[in-house]
Design a protein around this ligand. Structure first.
Ligand SMILES: *Cc1c(COP(=O)(O)O)cnc(C)c1O
Length: 354
């Protein structure tokens, strides 16, 4: 069998959840498990995060999968429902929903839930993506407050710039002006959890930090006390000895200036490895840190093993994980850890260790 596999370490999820609680000791935690738990497998992640106070997902189908697996915590639909008929499922599966615009507000007010709902009312605090405008917010709040369909209201916003110092100042001013202090609030994503303590409030919404990647470009995940959950591991399937002037891979993007040993790794962009990763992207072979060479192909990529004489066919390769932070690979490829984790494709087998 092809040696490529994604190892998922359940205990690292629990560790990172505990780390969230250390950063935000007075807040309850909504573990964000959207996008197949950032590529880790929804139910794999849920097991590692079972001590969370709540989960958040994007689609009703993910919420139902959590319910079917037996999870009884609140499950929040981060973008609310996408049509009025989904309100029936919100009721049947006891889901929490976001209300971010007038149509969603009407769907909640016009639904007939058997049990009144917990609703998150979303404010646009400056990101201009989702949420009521500050001038509309009080009216929406009043309508939900006076509806018999609603048993609990949590006031919510999402920051555009929590990853930069002072990046939440303007948004927090809007929050202070618009959100009455008598309601619970949910404001902070991972970046705000690790470096904007004044935003923590009642419910924090960590995503990326639970998976052990950094939410803040200038700070490594390990410096934030986070442990990688996914190790993308493969092996060498061929070894080439090339001479000075020889090239490697499509487009001959890398040409050796002296004799080199090249290891061919069973992992390519069809597995989710970024095709944009240039020569020099970090990778570990047989436990030694080295670099990729040339262009990433669909099913393979090349690594420099000139200084790793023990590397041979079958040697273990770490694409990212404990030794090669996913954030370092992302940085080399001009993206963020989030995108790489989410992009691991279905053909990569996952192995969960507890
Ligand atoms: C995805 C998401 C989060 C989690 O963000 P991270 O940066 O991964 O912590 C929090 N809140 C909302 C509304 C989201 O969509």
């Amino acid at each position: 069998m092809r040696p490529l596999v994604a190892h998922i370490e359940e205990s690292a999820l629990a560790h990172n959840l505990a780390q969230v609680r250390r950063y935000a000791p007075r807040s309850k935690v909504i573990a964000v498990v959207k996008a197949n738990a950032y590529g880790h497998g929804l139910l794999n992640a849920a097991r590692g995060l079972k001590e969370t106070d709540a989960f958040a997902v994007l689609n009703v189908s993910e919420a139902i999968a959590l319910r079917d697996a037996g999870y009884q915590q609140p499950v929040l639909l981060l973008e609310g429902v996408f049509s009025a008929d989904e309100m029936t499922l919100v009721d049947r599966y006891h889901l929490d929903t976001v209300v971010s615009h007038q149509a969603q507000l009407s769907w909640v007010l016009d639904s007939a839930p058997n049990i009144p709902l917990r609703v998150y009312l979303k404010l646009d605090s400056g990101m201009h993506r989702l949420g009521f405008q500050p001038r509309e917010y009080a009216h929406a709040l009043q309508q939900l407050t006076s509806s018999a369909n609603v048993r609990e209201l949590i006031l919510m916003t999402h920051f555009a710039n929590a990853d930069v110092a002072d990046g939440t100042a303007a948004a927090m001013q809007v929050v202070a002006q618009v959100m009455p202090a008598s309601y619970a609030r949910s404001l902070a994503n991972s970046a705000a959890i690790v470096q904007q303590a004044h935003t923590h409030a009642d419910w924090v919404r960590p995503g990326i930090m639970l998976y052990g990647a950094t939410p803040v470009a200038e700070k490594s995940a390990s410096s934030l006390g986070l442990k990688p959950v996914m190790t993308l591991q493969s092996g060498l399937i061929a070894v080439q000895q090339i001479a000075a002037g020889d090239s490697v891979g499509y487009g001959s993007l890398f040409t050796a200036d002296k004799p080199k040993r090249v290891g061919i790794v069973a992992c390519g962009y069809a597995d989710g490895y970024p095709r944009h990763a240039p020569t020099g992207t970090p990778i570990a072979v047989a436990g030694h840190l080295t670099r990729t060479l040339g262009r990433v192909s669909m099913d393979m990529l090349a690594a420099d093993i000139t200084d790793i004489p023990q590397a041979a066919i079958g040697s273990t390769v770490e694409l990212w994980g404990e030794q090669v932070p996913v954030d370092d690979v992302a940085q080399a490829a001009g993206t963020i850890g989030y995108e790489l984790l989410c992009a691991v494709t279905a053909r990569v087998p996952m192995i969960v260790t507890s």
